[in-house]
Design a protein around this ligand. Structure first.
Ligand SMILES: [Zn+2]
Length: 114
């Protein structure tokens, strides 16, 4: 594990819109297994699970368990969800909304204006 740090992965079953976990792990394979074991109900088989490296690891660390991050222990994180679509994936939420929902709302507001 020398010089290795936990990476942030999004783990989901086939399509991320159906629910996804933020998993801190060293490899995509490890993240996939942790995500699969954590899912509260069985959506599919292990082979249906995908993991996607989020790349900005440091950015996502704030949503992990600080002790486990410090100890370098793989675990499930707790990212902020968009209050409209309940998705996560953009580290910055605007008024509790992801950038997509926020964009939609701006658009709707513009339509209402005379
Ligand atoms: Zn949203």
């Amino acid at each position: 594990m020398k010089n290795k740090k936990l990476r942030a992965y999004m783990v989901y079953c086939m399509i991320p819109e159906e629910g996804a976990d933020l998993v801190f792990a060293y490899t995509a394979r490890e993240a996939r297994l942790i995500g699969f074991q954590n899912f509260p109900f069985v959506l599919g088989d292990y082979i249906d699970f995908r993991s996607h490296w989020l790349r900005d690891d440091e950015e996502w660390y704030q949503y992990g368990n600080p002790e486990k991050i410090a100890a370098g222990k793989p675990h499930i994180g707790n990212p902020p969800f968009c209050t409209a679509c309940e998705r996560w994936g953009s580290p910055v939420l605007i008024d509790g909304l992801c950038e997509y929902c926020h964009g939609d709302r701006e658009y709707e507001n513009e339509m209402v204006q005379p």
